[in-house]
Design a protein around this ligand. Structure first.
Ligand code: 5GP
Ligand code: MN
Length: 339
């Protein structure tokens, strides 16, 4: 089913796992990729699907545009993920998880020859590949991979469980966000029964930060700004600040959540410098404001409460154009009764 929101076409459940299942059983050489700047859901899904396909004696390679962030290196077989800007070989099937195919960094202009499979839960995914399974109601792509692995008939083991638990744990913000459902809790509970240690995941993801990262956070939060009525707050991370603190973009993961945590803030923005005149924005809402339409309008995408995009221009111009658009949607959407 399609519908229009903020003038932008979006999708609900599209495709199904059954047609993908037949291709996974039929073919032998697979490549799996995820989005640039991979997160816990992308990496957990990628590794879990690789482990399951290998149990069926398939050849599987993992290839991403960006390296695995330090906090996710504990994931089993994370060191097998190869990094590069172009694919080295050809495969029977290309699988993209937790992303539009174009957001992998590999498939922007042309699609490879082979079976093209895309599994995702982002509401802004356009679903352009022939074997597409999109379910925005899933808390994480890891939830979809869990269902696929059950359908494949592969027994789940502790390594697969650890990967999938990390997917769901991170994409639900530790089971706190509105995407947390009875189903995501049930799957997580089942995964714990396979021997996942929840504290190990928490410690790796949230309590193993480099000292410099916390210093960077201090600098960033010291300069938090908000609009006159306090509904929008934002912070900025510049190249200069990375240099000063000896940090990188990876160290800014989740910074935007501190900005959202302020009383009265409906939308939080992190502006992160990614080039001389380029900024990546991370948008977060408390639930009353739907950000996915705006992110898509800006050339990015995401979910209702968490979305992002990359913008070009001088910082002041980028900031002002984002804030003007946000003021507009916040005032418009706050007037509407909650649905
Ligand atoms: P983050 O702010 O953590 O980078 O991203 C928040 C959410 O929006 C994630 O689900 C992420 O996948 C999505 N997202 C962030 N930036 C982009 C983008 O440039 N394009 C698309 N399609 N999605 C994005
Ligand atoms: Mn995800």
């Amino acid at each position: 089913m399609n519908w229009k929101r903020n003038g932008i076409k979006t999708m609900t459940i599209k495709g199904n796992p059954e047609s993908i299942l037949a291709e996974l059983k039929r073919l032998n050489r697979f490549l799996i990729s995820v989005h640039v700047s991979p997160d816990g859901d992308a990496l957990g899904s990628q590794l879990a699907l690789m482990l399951a396909l290998k149990k069926l004696h398939k050849s599987v390679e993992l290839y991403n545009n960006d390296p695995v962030p330090e906090i996710y290196r504990f994931l089993p077989h994370a060191d097998e993920i190869r990094i590069g800007s172009s694919l080295p070989e050809t495969y029977d099937a290309y699988i993209v998880l937790d992303s539009d195919p174009s957001r992998t960094g590999f498939f922007q202009n042309s699609f490879p020859v082979g079976t093209l499979i895309n599994i995702d839960h982002h509401i802004t995914n356009e679903g352009v590949w022939p074997y597409t399974w999109l379910d925005p109601s899933a808390s994480a792509t890891g939830e979809l991979i869990y269902r696929l692995i059950l359908l494949l008939g592969v027994p789940i083991d502790r390594e697969i469980a650890l990967c999938l638990y990390t997917s769901i744990f991170t994409d639900t913000g530790s089971f706190r966000y509105t995407n947390t459902t009875p189903e995501s809790m049930r799957i997580a509970a089942t995964l714990l029964e396979y021997g996942v240690d929840p504290w190990l995941v928490t410690e790796q993801v949230y309590e193993s930060f480099a000292f410099q990262r916390v210093q960077l956070l201090g600098h960033v939060l010291a300069n938090i700004q908000r609009n006159p009525n306090g509904t929008i707050a934002w912070v900025v991370v510049t190249d200069d600040l990375y240099r000063k603190t000896g940090t990188t973009a990876q160290d800014t993961d989740n910074f935007v959540n501190f900005v959202r945590s302020v009383h009265g803030v409906e939308v939080a923005v992190l502006f992160r410098q990614t080039g001389d005149t380029q900024y990546k924005i991370s948008l977060r809402s408390k639930g009353r404001i739907d950000l996915s339409g705006l992110a898509q309008l800006l050339g990015g995408g995401g979910h209702k409460n968490a979305a992002g995009a990359t913008l070009n221009g001088l910082f002041e111009d980028v900031r002002d154009s984002v804030l003007v658009k946000l003021e507009h949607i916040v005032s418009l959407q706050l007037q509407k009764p909650a649905v």
